[in-house]
Ligand binder design. Structure first.
Ligand code: ADP
Length: 476
């Protein structure tokens, strides 16, 4: 099959979050299965590895008076098609700065959607399916066959829209319609209108041939008001086209037996010794007490979604239970300050590192006994899958992908792989950690649980096969 992914970010070209990992890894897995796979994405000021080292291909594309140059780059089995309109995309970051989103985002991503369709049609010579990701490419299914500026390009091509996080929707004031040159007749409840605003994701949800989310549980949750962010009724109307496919993990990057960042590599066979060495190194690096108490880690964006504000309030209780905690994260200033303040009160027992630090993240997963993820919602979550692979037992709020991947060891001693927080409050978090610490302090139970966790397979082969089946169904 010829499969064209349209996304605003993908590794190894541009990344702000998990979306980039998923798009890059899924495309690579599909490519290795023998498909012809493209990723169509904007070219930002530079790629993750510096300025682009490719020549533009001819001809340029005109997407509603915005001219795009096209660059192509083969990386492994994937053909990256990079759309370059410097006035719109050559900026410090893809979506905005700490001052907020770029005000012309509706213009930028409408132009991107058009240019992507035209590039698929002319530059790469067509595709059997177009797979879109999140609001930034959600206009693609809507505009296909409905936008006069496209001249009918790719009309009738099956489309898939994957929702990686429903809380980001591309929601704009109605001025965006003319500014982005969108067809005015689509500003209706059957199009991209939502309560008087323009909503790009909604347009895609209503028009894509199939919808997916990144875990089965999240696919059900988003049909409810608690998780639907105002789109639950729109999604309900299309629920028979909606399914959840759990993300995979790049098991080449996340592998404790080859991970270059660790104090000591280890596998299932020598997990006890390996993790002991990694834990001692992590504690030393963070000036935590050098003792045998269980070590809890957090590796997370500091955002409302992740429940880190609850952790800040729980730190005294966690420390009082005899545990140590090591937090790595960056994001919301208010949450960061709460965490910093709470940790500074507990030197030797609680430590925080603010920032995005890949190497330290690896050392945290390896060195911790427990990984804490008290997310309020979690479309899939990678942290718990990484933790399992590193023999670190996840302690999670059982929502979304966390519910699909973590089974409680106390309810299921022979099949469990982690712990579920019964009540998402500071007290509930401390209570779950106290319960988890009992297993950590019991060597034979701990070894058994770690080995079972490490034996789980979360690589991309299975999800890639499921997406392949979905494409095949659409082409039938
Ligand atoms: P989300 O995409 O919502 O942030 P996921 O759990 O899907 O959450 O993915 C988070 C990824 O980002 C994980 O690979 C995690 O290790 C990484 N990560 C998050 N925060 C940091 C940080 N401060 N430093 C390094 N890596 C981080």
């Amino acid at each position: 099959m010829r499969i064209a992914h349209v996304a605003s970010e993908a590794v190894p070209i541009a990344k702000t979050g998990g979306l980039a990992d998923v798009v890059g890894a899924l495309a690579k897995a599909l490519g290795h299965m023998g498909h012809r796979v493209f990723i169509v994405m904007p070219l930002y000021r530079q790629t993750m590895n510096g300025p682009i080292d490719a020549e533009p291909v001819m001809p340029d594309i005109d997407a509603g008076e915005i001219r795009f140059r096209i660059y192509r780059k083969h990386i492994g089995p994937v053909d990256y098609v990079l759309l370059d309109a410097p006035r719109l995309f050559a900026r410090p970051a893809p979506y905005g700065t700490s001052d907020g989103d770029y005000p012309d985002n509706p213009i930028r991503f409408a132009a991107f959607a058009r240019a992507a369709i035209l590039a698929i049609s002319t530059v790469i010579g067509g595709a059997d399916v177009i797979h879109c990701h999140d609001w930034q490419s959600a206009l693609v299914p809507l505009l296909l066959g409905r936008d006069p500026l496209l001249g009918g390009a790719m009309t009738g091509t099956p489309t898939i829209l994957t929702i990686h996080n429903l809380s980001y929707q591309g929601s704009f004031e109605p001025w965006a319609i003319d500014a982005a040159r969108l067809p005015r007749e689509l500003f209706t409840p059957e199009g991209f209108e939502l309560y008087g605003t323009v909503n790009y994701l909604k347009g895609g949800i209503l028009t894509a041939s199939r919808l997916t989310t990144v875990s089965p549980r999240y696919a059900r949750e988003i049909l409810t008001p608690d998780f639907g962010y105002g789109l639950e009724k729109v999604l309900e109307a299309r629920r028979n086209r909606l399914s959840g496919i759990l993300n995979g993990l790049d098991t080449g990057v996340w592998n404790p037996s080859t991970d270059p960042y660790l104090a000591r590599n280890y596998s299932r066979r020598d997990v006890t010794r390996g993790k002991r060495a990694c834990r001692a190194a992590l504690a030393a690096e963070l000036l935590l007490d050098d003792d045998d108490s269980p070590l809890v880690a957090i590796v997370s964006r500091m955002a409302e979604q992740k429940g880190i504000d609850l952790v800040a309030a729980a730190i005294d209780g966690i420390v009082a239970s005899g545990l140590r905690i090591a937090i790595l994260g960056a994001g919301d200033d208010a949450v960061q300050n709460e965490v910093l303040e709470a940790c500074h009160r507990r030197p030797g027992r609680a430590a925080v590192r603010i920032g995005y630090d890949e190497a330290h993240a690896h050392r945290s997963y390896a060195g911790a006994d427990l990984l804490l993820m008290p997310s309020r919602f979690e479309p899939c979550g990678l942290g718990q899958m990484i933790a399992l692979r590193y023999g670190t037992l996840p302690v999670v709020n059982a929502v979304g992908g966390l519910a699909d991947t973590v089974r409680d060891l106390d309810t299921d001693p022979t099949g469990g792989n982690g712990f579920r927080i019964a009540q998402l409050t500071p007290e509930g978090i401390s209570a779950a950690l106290r319960r988890a610490a009992k297993t950590v302090r019991n060597p034979s139970r701990l070894l058994d649980a770690r080995r079972r966790a490490m034996a789980e397979n979360h690589d991309w082969k299975r999800p890639a096969r499921t997406y392949e089946a979905l494409y095949t169904e659409l082409l039938a």
